[in-house]
Design a binder for this molecule. Structure first.
Ligand code: DC
Length: 222
């Protein structure tokens, strides 16, 4: 069984996907974390200078990137590992958020990530969240949801999350970053973010987390 959850940045997709996977006993795959890990790898190796990605260098070294997930016993969430190092915190930083759209629009990066994502789906029941899961990674997914919320609601949620985790955040910077990522994600040539024709739309602006989960479950169990 494959459940694809796509949608805009910070619309609550991953919260819904995690809760759904837990409830159904499926494997959760956070594909955004994979693109974030590749971005961190680029930053660590100085492949991004002045906002420009050195694609030749990345292409040469992409085979050295090993991304994996493992359960964090304290948080009961999956943490992301880059070449064996836990990078969960680093990949959620504003620095990575700033560069990730530049990296995730590169064709050979997408090809490598999509192949890994399809392998996850071959071996387990999965709930996978991202931008192109229902359109490119699993066009024949059993269920497809497209999640969205207004940019202001999304920025406020991200602000609250950063404040509780880091103790500091800048609402205007977050809103600007979100709008910029939406623009790049929806207009890029390679697998732009769009709602699959057969995806069910979920607007979370006015929904509680519990409400979102129950609503999606009701669609699956119909
Ligand atoms: O879901 P997220 O905010 O963690 O995703 C980070 C970035 O990765 C986002 O700007 C778009 C990109 N992404 C993508 O292009 N395709 C995916 N399947 C998942 C994420």
């Amino acid at each position: 069984m494959i459940i694809a959850i796509d949608g805009h940045s910070s619309c609550g997709k991953s919260t819904i996907a995690k809760a759904l996977a837990k409830r159904l006993g499926y494997t959760y795959v956070d594909t955004g974390a994979m693109y974030r890990a590749v971005t961190l790898f680029c930053q660590q190796n100085k492949f991004i200078q002045n906002g420009i990605v050195n694609e030749d260098a990345l292409k040469q070294h992409i085979g050295e990137i090993n991304i994996s997930f493992a359960l964090n016993k304290d948080t009961q969430q999956q943490d992301t590992y880059l070449n064996g190092v836990n990078v969960e915190k680093q990949i959620r930083s504003m620095e990575v958020a700033h560069d990730v759209s530049m990296v995730s629009k590169i064709g050979f990066v997408r090809k490598a990530m999509v192949e890994k994502q399809q392998k996850y789906g071959e071996s387990a029941d999965v709930v996978m969240d991202g931008r192109d899961i229902g359109t490119v990674v699993f066009p024949n997914a059993d269920y497809k949801f497209f999640v969205t919320a207004s940019p202001e609601v999304r920025a406020q949620r991200r602000y609250d999350e950063l404040m509780s985790k880091e103790g500091h955040a800048n609402y205007d910077e977050i809103l600007e970053n979100l709008k910029q990522r939406d623009f790049i994600d929806t207009t890029r040539a390679e697998s732009p973010l769009r709602q699959a024709d057969d995806a069910i739309l979920v607007d979370t602006s006015e929904m509680t987390r519990e409400g979102q989960l129950e609503w999606i479950l009701s669609k699956i169990q119909q």
